[in-house]
Design a protein. Structure first.
Length: 189
């Protein structure tokens, strides 16, 4: 028997909707993929802000990889859009997706050595980690899973009463209604 699991905030709502209600999320994205044909990375870590940070989720279908940032109606003024470091995370990941050609292990280390000068110039103090680091391993794993699929940046906005209009350049914004189950908490099935 499973315990009653209650989740809170945008992280909890992201977990609930990308697992239990993925079909609704995909529908709003105009994607008819069956959820069973998807892979989901929930809060994949690419280091803290010192490095690249964490996406709230990555939804990978047979044709696309949706890189997800989430906000909920209690996140403050959402009309300002995402913070710079959140947008930068998407730019960095897109760079990897466009430049990585399947290198792993020692080949990844060669890729890092050859590309670090340009990468550091483009992304200031950021750098490409070695294959032996947690960050390097996580990047290789996720990039391999995504392969050559098309990337789409997504901003999920969870609202209780009224949809929130947010325009974030380079992102597909979708609103998803939620109804708390206990106070501000939501129950996972």
């Amino acid at each position: 028997m499973m315990p009653r699991v209650l989740v809170y905030g945008e992280d909890g709502l992201t977990l609930k909707h990308t697992t239990e209600k993925l079909e609704e999320v995909l529908f709003k994205l105009g994607d008819e993929t069956n959820p069973e044909d998807c892979a989901l990375f929930y809060r994949p870590s690419f280091g803290r802000q010192k490095f690249y940070g964490e996406f709230d989720a990555m939804i990978i279908t047979p044709k696309k990889a949706y890189l997800v940032e989430s906000k909920w109606d209690r996140s403050g003024d959402l009309t300002k859009g995402l913070e710079k470091h959140q947008v930068l995370r998407h730019e960095i990941f897109s760079w990897f997706h466009n430049n990585w050609k399947g290198e792993e292990g020692k080949a990844w280390d060669k890729f890092a050595k050859e590309n670090n000068p340009a990468f550091k110039k483009k992304f200031k103090s950021k750098y490409i980690p070695s294959s032996s680091t947690t960050l390097g391993q996580n990047l290789q794993t996720v990039l391999k899973e995504i392969g050559n699929k098309v990337l789409e940046n997504v901003l999920l906005i969870f609202y209780e009463d009224q949809p929130i209009e947010v325009t974030q350049e380079g992102f597909t914004t979708i609103n998803i209604k939620y109804k708390p189950t206990l106070g501000l908490f939501n129950r996972l099935q």
